[in-house]
Write a protein that binds this ligand. Sequence first.
Ligand SMILES: Cc1cc2nc3c(=O)[nH]c(=O)nc-3n(C[C@H](O)[C@H](O)[C@H](O)COP(=O)(O)O)c2cc1C
Length: 183
Amino acid sequence: MLTERRSVREFTAAALPEGDLRAALEAAVWAPNHRRTEPWRFVFARGEAQRNLAACAGRLKQASHPRPESPEAASVGERARAEMENAAALLVVVQRVASDRFIAEEDYAACVLAADHALLALWARGIGGRWNTGGVTRDAEAHRILGIEAGERLVVLCPLGVPAQVPPRPAPQAAADRTTWLS
Ligand SMILES: Cc1cc2nc3c(=O)[nH]c(=O)nc-3n(C[C@H](O)[C@H](O)[C@H](O)COP(=O)(O)O)c2cc1C
């Protein structure tokens, strides 16, 4: 199962059972976290919030194009908007950022693990998703839509849905080639 999970971008129109979403987050909170700081919270965006975020992502994508006024830029922006709007829901993992830098770094790692737990738990239920750490995850308007507050960090935004297509992935280099056995 671990080797079968893929990042999914294309989804069917199927809605996601809320029980599956809740169950995935109950798995997420079992992620390792040093000192059991439980530094995470989660946001699901659907409906108007999802549409507003999708519009925001589309605008940012177009604006980041070398020629933002060009038809190509408009079509890249539109693709980004549609991809986010066509997901069944958006899952956002938010970190409460500790004032101590080392704790904040460990808490970020814990939030990443929580996101991975959630995505694997969803995958086991036939739901796909992918990481998005693009400009929209650092944008003030997106943070306003999601209710991200001062002292919080948006760790990842994951469009979710029933996969319409599961992309292939070239096999990674074998771990054996990257492993040193000391004795
Ligand atoms: C920290 C992190 C950030 C990522 N950000 C993005 C992203 O912004 N956009 C994207 O398409 N994929 C993103 N990904 C997903 C990777 O591109 C993907 O996992 C990789 O290509 C391997 O494909 P797979 O997930 O299908 O196995 C991110 C993954 C990680 C761990």
